[in-house]
Design a protein around this ligand. Structure first.
Ligand code: MG
Length: 208
């Protein structure tokens, strides 16, 4: 699938998500190369928009994406919060649940053999993880604590030349929450990663 075919299909199926087209495109092209170095992993899949772009890149190269999300939503997705979506609320369980929507996305894009859902908390999975990763995309909890934990826990699994991409990077507090930006700076300060570029609010680093 070309990038334009993916954009069109995403729009047709109204896949929910907060990823801009240029950011999605960057993830697609980065993953096409990085998946040759190791598996890809994303934290925060939601309804699968980013999973489609990274997953399609992996599929075309015979790679694989681990799509990690507890699917219970971040703070801002909960009932009564700014980004709550009542379509994603399971009334029977009385809980937010983006997993059915995520699975539906994988099915229409036929990505079930390229994207492996991991339904759990990022921290729990990171603690037991051992496979080297070619690329990590971080878009999970955006609080300073959660962002920092995700960046620190997952950056150590990235191979040299591999990619770490972090969503929602805002240099100025008036533009957005500072959690992801502070976490990105901490990863750079570790000395193991260097800045590649920024596309929209996507901060892109590579492992030295
Ligand atoms: Mg985001």
């Amino acid at each position: 699938m070309t990038i334009n075919d993916i954009h069109t299909k995403i729009e047709h199926y109204k896949v929910k998500g907060f990823l801009a087209d240029n950011e999605a495109e960057a993830l697609f092209y980065l993953a096409s190369k990085a998946c040759l170095l190791g598996s890809c992993l994303e934290v925060g899949s939601y309804c699968g928009k980013s999973s489609v772009y990274i997953g399609e890149a992996c599929k075309s190269q015979g790679g694989v994406l681990y799509a990690l999300d507890h699917h219970r939503g971040s703070e801002e997705h909960q009932l009564g919060e700014e980004y709550h979506d009542s379509d994603l609320y399971d009334l029977e369980c009385n809980a937010f649940d983006s997993f059915p929507s995520f699975r539906a996305t994988l099915k229409v894009f036929r990505l079930e053999h390229a994207v492996i859902p991991v339904v759990s908390a990022s921290e729990v999975v990171a603690k037991h993880w051992s496979a080297p990763l070619g690329m990590v995309f971080i878009d999970g909890g955006h609080s300073p604590e959660m962002s920092m934990k995700d960046c620190m826990n997952w950056s150590k699994h990235i191979v040299p030349g591999g990619i770490m991409a972090i969503h929602d990077i805002f240099e100025r507090p008036e533009d957005g929450g500072q959690g992801p930006y502070l976490a990105l700076n901490a990863v750079v300060a570790s000395g193991d990663f260097k800045w590649l570029e920024k596309v929209g609010s996507l901060g892109i680093l590579t492992r030295c």
